[in-house]
Design a binder for this molecule. Structure first.
Ligand SMILES: [Zn+2]
Ligand SMILES: [Zn+2]
Length: 160
């Protein structure tokens, strides 16, 4: 028993990295500077990491939130899976909201599927364009419910 215990301890010591040589600055729980938040806090703020970059220039956390156990060995870097990733709030960006161009493209696509090419009325539902190529009223005379479409844009004004 004592032999396996010493072996385990030696193995763990090899993995230890002095805190001064850690790639990212590390902060203990409860001692995180203002402006740094964890991944979960970032999500709660509806933000994405944005321009947060590590020292290698790649996108990623700017600092490490040390795990609770590492509070007892402050001279070593925390490389435990329970450590947290810290991000700067001022570099974060709003989470992927559709751009104006994307919204316009989506609206155009919907308009094409909801507008009858014959009577030019835009319906609130998608038309059987692949089967009939027009709305039901144009196809077989089934009167369309006036509440299900918006009037056609005036192309040719009728004689009064
Ligand atoms: Zn740790
Ligand atoms: Zn029609």
């Amino acid at each position: 028993m004592p032999r396996s215990r010493t072996r385990k301890r030696r193995h763990r010591e090899i993995k230890r990295v002095p805190r001064s040589r850690a790639t990212l600055p590390e902060y203990d729980r409860g001692a995180v500077p203002e402006g740094l938040v964890t991944w979960r806090q970032l999500r709660d703020l509806n933000l994405s990491p944005g321009d947060n970059r590590g020292p290698d220039g790649n996108r990623g956390p700017v600092a490490i939130l040390r795990c609770a156990w590492c509070g007892y060995r402050p001279q070593y870097s925390c490389n435990h899976p329970t450590r947290g990733r810290l991000f700067r709030v001022d570099l974060a960006k709003p989470k992927r909201t559709p751009t104006l161009a994307q919204e316009r493209a989506l609206d155009r696509a919907m308009a094409a599927r909801q507008t009858c090419p014959k009577c030019k009325r835009r319906y609130y539902f998608c038309l059987p364009l692949r089967r009939f190529g027009c709305c039901l009223e144009c196809h077989d005379g089934t009167p369309a419910d006036p509440t299900t479409y918006t009037a056609a844009p005036a192309t040719h004004s009728l004689a009064a």
